[in-house]
Write a protein that binds this ligand. Structure first.
Ligand SMILES: Cc1cc2nc3c(=O)[nH]c(=O)nc-3n(C[C@H](O)[C@H](O)[C@H](O)COP(=O)(O)OP(=O)(O)OC[C@H]3O[C@@H](n4cnc5c(N)ncnc54)[C@H](O)[C@@H]3O)c2cc1C
Ligand code: FES
Length: 339
């Protein structure tokens, strides 16, 4: 059975099936609805219910309370429609050429970047260029309707060949395939571009970028884009990993920082061992930012990586003066069992 959803104030409408989330249906209809983790925890997909009934088949998601639901709040990545709906939710304004599409792709390059990260480069059909914004991600479509999200690490001016950084997850369905089965010439299917984590180039404010592990991938896309376009504001990148061996493209970023006055690179180790002989910054990456910025009032922050890192940034950075609307993030949430 399907229900009709109408968004306010924009008036966009789309159909949603009983078993799919309202967010999934909106994205399928080509609307760029705000979201990040798709796991019900980060709050990026929150909307207000103006009319109609919703349910949460997997129980109340961690990112919303019963009181908030009673007050008409909803997390669209988890909510299923029980009736026609009218929601207060704004689709993101993206250039018209940025269209969400399903495409086949061929793996062209598959190489180890470090002990647990693979760089996978895929080639897309050349006829109709894949237009995306620096920082966005795609979903690889697996058997049985399941999907896995990966940030595009390459810049938009190279649309025919997309780069991804995949970290191995023990027992993980897709990453096990990436490390053990997929090789150069494998065929995959993807959907994208997705997400609201992209570079807003016109703010003019200094940018503070925070990457955790493979959260470097979307930030690499942004930096490569800024190198190509000519950056107009200073950028400081904090990249947090456990040990120096995890800093898989640290030399490349250090080289970029040496080439460009606008870029500063601060790697931060959380678990460096004596044998690493690490002399740089240590601790949690968000803590390093807080140590350096008595106030975050004058900057824009872009953060990508593990959900606990994003959650603590969401909590602590506004308290350090980061104004609302100046924190852009992608939380690398695991997929729910249904995905
Ligand atoms: C917007 C977005 C962008 C992302 N971009 C990237 C990216 O650029 N690079 C990247 O490597 N990943 C990225 N991810 C995470 C990625 O989508 C997968 O969740 C991850 O690669 C695991 O997939 P899998 O199929 O191997 O594991 P699954 O089969 O989904 O997981 C199996 C089990 O392993 C555990 N698990 C899953 N992931 C982790 C983890 N990270 N750490 C510890 N335990 C885990 C869970 O308990 C899970 O039930 C992103 C996620 C999102 C939402
Ligand atoms: S809570 Fe829905 S996208 Fe994160």
């Amino acid at each position: 059975m399907t229900h009709r959803v109408r968004l306010q104030p924009g008036g966009e409408t789309f159909e949603v099936l009983d078993e799919e989330s309202v967010l999934a249906a909106g994205l399928r209809a080509g609307l760029h609805l705000p979201h990040s983790c798709r796991g019900g925890s980060c709050g990026a997909c929150e909307a207000r219910v103006l009319r109609g009934e919703l349910r949460y088949p997997n129980g109340l998601p961690p990112g919303i309370t019963a009181d908030e639901v009673a007050a008409g709040r909803a997390l669209l990545c988890q909510a299923r429609a029980c009736s026609d709906l009218e929601l207060e939710a704004r689709a993101l304004e993206v250039p018209e050429e940025v269209r969400i599409r399903r495409l086949p792709c061929r793996v062209e390059k598959h190489e180890r970047l470090c002990h647990d990260v693979v760089r996978m480069a895929v080639k897309l059909p050349a006829l109709d260029p894949f237009v995306f914004l620096p920082g966005q991600y795609v979903d690889f479509l697996l058997h049985g309707g399941r999907r896995r999200s990966y940030s595009i690490a390459s810049p938009p001016h190279q649309p025919e060949r997309l780069e991804f950084h995949v970290r191995r997850v023990a027992g993980g369905e897709f990453t096990t395939q990436v490390f053990e089965e997929i090789d150069a010439r494998s065929l995959l299917r993807l959907e994208g571009p997705l997400g609201g984590f992209w570079l807003r180039e016109d703010s003019g404010r200094p940018l503070v970028m925070v990457a955790g592990g493979t959260g470097f991938a979307p930030i690499k896309s942004m930096l490569a884009h800024l190198r190509h376009a000519g950056a107009v504001q200073p950028v400081r990148l904090y990249w947090g990993v456990r040990r120096p061996r995890d800093l898989y493209e640290g030399d490349l970023v250090a080289q970029w920082a040496a080439e460009h006055d606008w870029l500063e690179f601060i790697p931060v180790m959380s678990e460096a061992l004596p044998e690493d002989a690490w002399t740089g910054r240590t601790g949690w990456v968000h803590q390093a930012v807080l140590e350096d910025y008595p106030s975050l009032a004058g900057v824009d922050v872009y953060a990508a990586g593990p959900p606990p890192m994003i959650a603590v940034i969401q909590e602590l950075f506004p308290a350090r003066g980061l104004p609302q609307g100046r924190l852009f993030f992608d939380s690398f949430e695991f997929s729910s069992p249904a995905d």
